[in-house]
Design a protein around this ligand. Structure first.
Ligand SMILES: [Zn+2]
Length: 265
C-alpha cells in the first residue's frame, strides 16, 4: 500500500511539473528550471522502477507542489538542492522614510501633492529605496519676507531610486555625514534628521515628503511633489512594497518633464 501511495503522489507531481513548464512559460517560478524539464521521451523512465531519475528534476516538483504529500516527505535521503539563488529580487524593496520613531501623517497637503510626516525633531530620515542622491540643500535660506518657492524646503535631500522615481525630504534639521549628490544609497540609509527648517520654521517638526520624476537640477516645483505619497507610505509602513513608479511615469507622460510652476512660483 505504501508503495502504491508513493507512486500516485510521484506521478501526480511529475505530471503537474510537466504541465507547469509547458503551459506556463511566463511563470517566474518555473522559468529558472526550464532547462531541466524532462522531455516526452524521458517520461517513461519516471516510474517507480526508476525512482532515482525522478529526483533530478526535483525543483520542478517543488515549484508545482500541491498540498504537501506526506508520502513524499517521508522519502529518505533526498539530496539538498543545489540550484542557484535568483540573481535579483522580484520586486523593489521600500522602507518607510522615518526610522525608529513614531510618525503620523494625513492624506492632504496644501497647494500640491505631497505628504507631511510629523515626527519628533532629530528622528532619522532614511532613503525609502536604494538609489543615488540627487540634489542636497545643506543651508536654510528661507526668508519669510520673500517666501521664495525655491527656499521653502530649507535643508533637504532628494534621491533618485532604482525604480526611476525621485524622492524628496525637506525641512530637515541636518544632512547626514557623507550624503552628497551622486552618493549611492541603500534602502534605509540615513539621509538626515527631522526638523523644521524652511517654511516650517516655528511650526511642528515634520518631514515634507515628495514623490516626482527626475528633472534637471533646480526644478524645485517638480521636486517638491507631483503625486500623493500617502498610499505608498501606508504600504511601506506595513512592510509592503507598493511602487509609485507607474503613477509617476504616467503623469510625466501627460505633463512633460518640466511642467510650468503653479504655486509659490
Ligand atoms: Zn509639506
Amino acid at each position: 500500500m505504501r508503495h502504491t501511495g508513493w507512486t500516485t503522489v510521484a506521478a501526480t507531481a511529475l505530471l503537474a511539473a510537466a504541465g507547469c513548464a509547458a503551459g506556463s512559460p511566463s511563470s517566474t517560478s518555473s522559468r529558472p528550471y526550464a532547462a531541466h524539464t524532462p522531455s516526452a521521451a524521458d517520461r517513461p523512465t519516471l516510474r517507480p522502477t526508476a525512482l532515482p531519475s525522478v529526483r533530478s528534476p526535483r525543483p520542478l516538483v517543488r515549484a508545482a507542489k500541491p498540498p504537501p504529500p506526506p508520502a513524499v516527505r517521508a522519502t529518505p535521503a533526498r539530496p539538498a538542492p543545489s540550484r542557484p539563488a535568483p540573481s535579483r529580487p522580484a520586486t523593489t524593496r521600500y522602507v518607510f522614510p522615518i526610522a525608529g520613531c513614531a510618525a503620523s501623517y494625513g492624506r492632504s497637503h496644501h497647494d500640491y501633492p505631497a505628504t507631511d510626516i510629523f515626527a519628533a525633531a532629530g528622528c532619522s530620515v532614511v532613503s525609502p529605496v536604494a538609489g543615488r542622491v540627487d540634489e542636497v540643500s545643506y543651508v536654510d535660506r528661507w526668508n519669510p519676507s520673500t517666501n521664495l518657492g525655491a527656499d521653502r524646503g530649507g535643508i533637504s535631500v532628494s534621491v533618485v531610486g532604482v525604480d526611476g522615481v525621485r524622492y524628496y525630504g525637506s525641512h530637515l534639521s541636518s544632512v547626514a555625514a557623507g550624503v552628497r549628490p551622486g552618493l549611492s544609497v541603500a534602502a534605509g540609509r540615513l539621509l538626515g534628521r527631522v526638523g523644521n527648517t524652511g517654511s516650517a520654521r516655528g511650526q511642528a517638526a515634520h518631514l515634507h515628503f515628495g514623490i516626482s520624476w527626475p528633472t534637471p537640477a533646480g526644478i524645485w516645483w517638480v521636486r517638491r511633489g507631483e503625486i500623493y505619497p500617502w498610499p505608498y507610505l501606508d504600504s511601506w509602513r506595513a512592510g509592503g512594497s507598493s511602487s509609485p513608479a507607474s503613477a509617476v511615469f504616467a503623469l510625466r507622460a501627460r505633463l512633460g518633464v518640466v511642467p510650468p510652476c503653479t504655486s509659490y512660483c
